[in-house]
Design a protein around this ligand. Structure first.
Ligand code: ZN
Length: 275
């Protein structure tokens, strides 16, 4: 009898898992994500240590993330294609979407560069890693934060490193130093957005080591895969669960001590990011 009960319990567990999976699949089918590759072919963003413009990195990661999201059942739109211009305002004029993700690659201010090459691109070893940005002025700040939090958890679990540079040097307001989530109140595309919105900086491409990561398809594939995992968790949550989860206020300034191996020069204050 015990065996029959155990089999029944196992079947029930499997059915429960299957129904949860199909529930999540339905949520993904119902979710349209607007991906915003940062910059365009006129306003190209940062220059990598190799001289390659940031917007090419952003377009590539947007395409790769779009494909992975679609493979997992999401609907995806891009704010613009590689050969299209797009103002910041243009990127906030869409209406038929549920979540907004702006995709960028980070850079370091000239004062922190080790050297400039002939193309005036910055070489630095003081900054590396990803960062996640949310604006408290976004009308859906709590949901925006929750989306960043779940993605940050997936990235951190896979040992991706976030940019301590923004904690130690640029002194940006960290909402969660452990997960690499920062406040960017005036970011145009985040605050002028009617949906939950985040901005991801994938890597610090003025750092040659991080640029190499950004060029590595395996690295990008793992990174993108963890963003997708975070988004699947986000859309699979019960409505309102973000309120019970760690809120930005609760999470505020969760400190982790920087590795003693990471030596940073302390700068005079936060530089203006490009968006
Ligand atoms: Zn950018």
């Amino acid at each position: 009898m015990k065996t029959i009960s155990a089999i029944k319990a196992a079947i029930a567990a499997i059915l429960l898992c299957l129904s949860a999976a199909s529930y999540a699949q339905e949520d993904m089918k119902k979710t349209t994500i607007l991906l915003d590759p940062g910059h365009d072919y006129q306003n190209m963003g940062a220059l990598a240590s190799s001289g390659k413009p940031e917007y090419l990195f952003n377009m590539r990661i947007a395409d790769e993330l779009k494909n992975r999201l679609e493979e997992n059942g999401f609907r995806v739109m891009l704010t613009h294609g590689e050969n299209e211009l797009s103002s910041l305002k243009d990127r906030t004029l869409f209406s038929d979407y549920d979540l907004f993700i702006s995709l960028h690659h980070d850079s370091i201010d000239p004062e922190y560069c080790v050297s400039f090459d002939a193309q005036k691109s910055c070489t630095t070893y003081s900054g590396y890693g990803y960062s996640l940005w949310v604006s408290p002025q976004n009308p859906d700040y709590v949901k925006s934060y929750r989306m960043a939090e779940l993605i940050g958890q997936e990235l951190t679990a896979e040992h991706f490193i976030h940019s301590v540079h923004h904690v130690m040097v640029t002194k940006r307001e960290a909402l969660d130093e452990h997960l690499g989530i920062f406040s960017f109140p005036l970011c145009y595309v985040l605050r002028h957005n009617s949906r939950p919105a985040i901005l991801i900086e994938f890597a610090v491409i003025t750092n040659p080591v991080d640029e190499k990561n950004a060029e590595d398809p395996v690295f990008r594939g793992r990174f993108v895969g963890n963003i997708v995992k975070g988004l699947i968790r986000y859309v699979s949550e019960e409505p309102g669960s973000e309120d019970k989860a760690v809120t930005p206020k609760d999470a505020g300034r969760r400190k982790v001590s920087a590795s003693p191996l990471r030596k940073h020069r302390r700068g005079p204050g936060a530089p203006a990011l490009r968006k």
